[in-house]
Design a protein around this ligand. Structure first.
Ligand code: SAM
Ligand code: SF4
Ligand code: SF4
Length: 361
């Protein structure tokens, strides 16, 4: 098969930053649909040691894949500076992600810097768990209190095939236990459910984590990026996932922890804890979406399914003062009207959207 290389780096394709008033503070911006800005996801690297078939398929992300050069990647100081600016606009939650965030050298130093700069922010990180055993203690000492670990099946052959890096289940389970004992409990566990691939393992996953305090979140397979060959037929609707779990372990919906929470919470009637459902395909939650994404190279994306971002790095490196950057972000947010999941069609799914590993899951 000939190699397809899709340029996921929108270098030189950044959207123009809208005019922003030179006078007055930007305040707390709301977008055109009345949504504020509360949750910031920061992709700290576009690289990963896994090749999950639904995220970074090997045929595209091969040895010659053009990852970002070092000079294009935001430094820790630039990330913290932007995080402060976003905090002034209303951000109260930050998730470090990627690519695989634990591959970024010194990630614990970034956690420490963010924790010191913004102690009131709910800081968390999503990882594939492969380096978590080595990093958990340092991350906790740096101030991290919560973590999400991705694990798509407890069946070793299925998991190895899905991560396409031959990585075993046992090591991820060990990392989850170790992270919990290091103080990062309860751990959230993300399982992307794909029909015919791992949907037969949903109940096993629920069963394994029931009663442990850890919370599994079942995620509908999404049409992020342009390379994962998404088809609606591969999506297992969240209603079906709940029904399958409920047949073995009766459960009921429970209240969200906070407004705009992405995962819908379900609790087991026998008191053995809860699980979450992220149904971004069959039950879109755009109307409460208050998430912004900062890509590895410092572009602001206002939707997971965007094709282009706004080049904040250029602004940061041009010597613009913080107030200018804040006004620029506010102006971008003011004009936001994204609601991709609510208007998804077979056609939009084919668009050249930016890859998740670059923009941050
Ligand atoms: N490498 C880390 C990891 O896998 O946890 C962090 C980055 S990853 C892009 C963040 C989350 O996005 C993971 O839980 C992953 O399973 C999920 N994800 C990636 N591609 C997806 C897709 N096409 N549909 C649904 N979730 C996806
Ligand atoms: Fe890597 Fe995470 Fe994407 Fe898997 S989902 S390829 S672990 S970035
Ligand atoms: Fe938010 Fe875009 Fe997802 Fe809708 S599709 S919930 S606007 S990220």
């Amino acid at each position: 098969m000939s190699k397809v290389v899709i340029p996921v780096t929108p270098a030189g394709r950044g959207l123009p930053i809208p005019p922003h008033d030179a006078a007055g503070p930007p305040g707390r911006p709301a977008d055109r649909l009345g949504r504020g800005i509360r949750d910031l996801r920061i992709s700290v690297t576009d690289r990963c040691n896994f090749r999950c078939t639904y995220c970074m398929p090997k045929e595209v992300f091969g040895p010659d894949y053009p990852y970002l050069p070092h000079a294009e990647i935001l430094t820790f100081e630039e990330i913290v500076r932007l995080a402060r600016v976003f905090h002034g606009l209303g951000i109260r939650k930050i998730r470090l992600t990627g690519g695989e965030p634990l591959l970024r050298r010194g990630i614990e130093d970034l956690v420490a810097m963010l924790f010191e700069a913004l102690p009131d922010v709910d800081l968390t990180l999503t990882t594939n768990g492969s380096a978590l055993r080595q990093k958990a203690v340092a991350l906790h000492s740096a101030g991290l209190r919560r973590i999400t670990v991705s694990l798509d099946s407890l069946d070793d052959a299925t998991f190895r095939a899905m991560n396409d890096a031959d990585f075993p289940v046992a090591k991820v389970l060990d990392a989850i236990d170790f992270a919990a004992s290091a103080g990062l409990a309860p751990v959230k566990v993300n399982m992307v459910v794909k029909r015919g691939t791992n949907d037969a393992h949903v109940v096993d996953m629920a069963k394994h984590f029931r009663g442990t305090g850890h919370i599994v979140r079942f995620i509908e397979f999404m049409d992020v990026g342009a390379t994962n060959g998404w088809r609606m037929d591969d999506v297992v609707p969240s209603a079906e996932i709940v029904r399958r779990i409920g047949e073995f372990f009766p459960c009921e919906p429970t209240n969200p922890n906070h407004a705009g929470e992405v995962a819908k919470r379900w609790r087991y009637l026998d008191g053995q804890g809860e699980f979450g459902i992220i149904s971004s395909v069959t039950e879109a939650f755009c109307s409460s979406c208050n998430r912004a994404r900062l890509s590895t190279d410092g572009s602001l994306f206002t939707c997971l399914f965007a094709e282009r971002g706004f080049d904040l790095k250029r602004l940061v490196r041009s010597g613009a003062p913080d107030e200018d950057i804040a006004r620029a972000v506010a102006a971008i947010w003011h004009q936001r009207e994204d609601r991709y999941s609510e208007i998804r069609t077979a056609e939009t799914a084919k668009a050249r959207k930016v890859e998740m590993s670059f923009i941050g899951g």
